[in-house]
Write a new protein. Structure first.
Length: 81
């Protein structure tokens, strides 16, 4: 067996191995994407359209209360430090 034949066989084996791994990764990405879409559809609440978390709008509308609570916590922390 000459060196050229061995190099040819090793090149073919390398390309075949890389092709198998690349194909598996493509299949894995497709399966994970489909599973993510399926889970999103199954866990969506009625009336929830774009996948926003429940209660998200309520937290945004109470921004003043959240800011006041954070400010009070920071002030208490500074007093104890």
């Amino acid at each position: 067996m000459t060196i050229l034949i061995m190099l040819e066989q090793s090149g073919i084996l390398t390309l075949l191995g890389m092709g198998v791994v690349f194909g598996f990764l493509i299949i894995m990405v497709i399966v994970i994407s489909l599973a993510g879409k399926f889970i999103k559809e199954k866990t969506a609440l009625p009336g929830q359209s774009n996948g926003a978390k429940p209660g998200f709008n309520a937290a945004v509308s109470d921004g003043g209360q959240v800011t006041a609570a954070i400010s009070a916590a920071v002030n208490e922390y500074r007093k104890t430090s």
